[in-house]
Design a protein around this ligand. Structure first.
Ligand code: DPM
Length: 315
């Protein structure tokens, strides 16, 4: 029996995701012993600084990648949206799992029970540390007071319940995976918030020169999700936008065709550059690059240059 070791962050969400992958692999390959090795990444250690201000490449992935390259682990499980679009030499994105609902969600404080963002008063305090959510929501709700919120999901929900915020915005996928779906009070439509590239899917990374592992993790790949996410990632790579640049996307796969829409937003939410593209799904990267070109043609580069000056290039 050969043992296969999965490297993972030790956050609650990372562990839920990794244990799911472990189970799927164990079921598909009963002759292997699928094991898990937990570790901390830089992003897990720095909890008090707004993510956007750290802006380092691969904040949540570097340690996991080093473990694969030195042979301590065979593969790594990531939230795909935290995985930089360019991987270190020698590593590949070997599979993309079926996507959860990729949308963003509002969790409202109890005092506003039953209300949506549209029904909150001016000056309401909205917690988010995502520049993407911030920019899009600022554009639509200029009267709200947006404030940073860090920490894991439980910490954030507690800060909300403690009364520091009127509402917070998080990914539907993370809330569902941790069993907090009943706290969602509103799922944001693409008109209000386009989600992050890769949001809701898991990315399985392994060494490029490990054919056994590449073959083994193939069972996890979900083709429609993979096509959408490859197009989304190609768009982001083409714009050289990291995970801390306000770029949002929405995609659909239907009848061998990819339907894509995207936004590049200025930090103040005053400039939202939008574009759409429809193309054949057999060339997802080409569709993503074309979408990026349309965004640039609509003026995205000036907005991006301004952001790179403020927060750096990031990951
Ligand atoms: C990235 C962002 C956030 C995470 C930025 C963004 C949210 C940061 C924050 C790239 N990674 O979305 O614009 O709110 O402080 C993260 C979450 C998940 C994966 C949590 C969340 C779960 C959902 C998924 C953090 N990474 O977005 O609420 O698997 O897609």
């Amino acid at each position: 029996m050969r043992s296969v070791i999965i490297g993972t962050r030790d956050s609650e969400l990372a562990l839920v995701q990794t244990h799911w992958v472990q189970q799927e692999l164990q079921q598909a390959h009963p002759d292997y012993a699928i094991e898990v090795l937990q570790m901390k990444t830089q992003g897990d250690k720095i909890l008090d600084v707004a993510l956007a201000k750290i802006g380092d490449k691969g904040l949540f992935t570097k340690e996991l990648e080093a473990a694969m390259l030195t042979g301590r682990t065979h593969l790594a499980v990531h939230s795909l949206k935290d995985l930089p679009t360019t991987l270190p030499e020698g590593l590949v994105l070997a599979a993309i799992t079926e996507r959860e609902d990729p949308a963003d969600a509002v969790v409202m404080h109890g005092r506003w029970d039953g209300r949506t963002l549209d029904e909150l008063p001016e000056g309401s305090v909205i917690g988010t540390s995502s520049l993407r959510r911030l920019a899009q929501l600022r554009s639509r709700y200029p009267g709200f007071d947006f404030q940073d919120i860090r920490g894991n999901l439980n910490t954030r929900l507690k800060k909300l319940d403690d009364g520091k915020y009127d509402a917070i915005v998080l990914a539907v996928a993370g809330l569902r995976r941790l069993g907090w779906h009943e706290r969602i009070t509103q799922v944001l439509s693409p008109e209000i918030s386009l989600h992050a590239v890769g949001q809701g899917a898991l990315g399985i990374e392994c060494r490029a020169d490990d054919p056994d592992i590449l073959q083994l993790v193939g069972v996890l790949n979900h083709l429609p999700t993979a096509l959408r996410c490859r197009a989304e990632r190609a768009m982001l790579r083409s714009l050289e936008g990291g995970c801390q640049v306000p770029i949002g996307v929405n995609s659909r796969f239907d009848d061998d065709t990819l339907y894509l829409q995207a936004v590049v937003a200025s930090l103040d939410g005053k400039h939202l550059i939008r574009a759409e593209h429809t193309g054949p799904a057999r060339e997802p990267e080409a569709a993503g690059v074309t979408l990026a070109g349309k965004l640039r043609a609509n003026g995205a580069q000036a907005v991006l240059d301004q952001i790179f000056q403020t927060v750096g290039r990031g990951s």
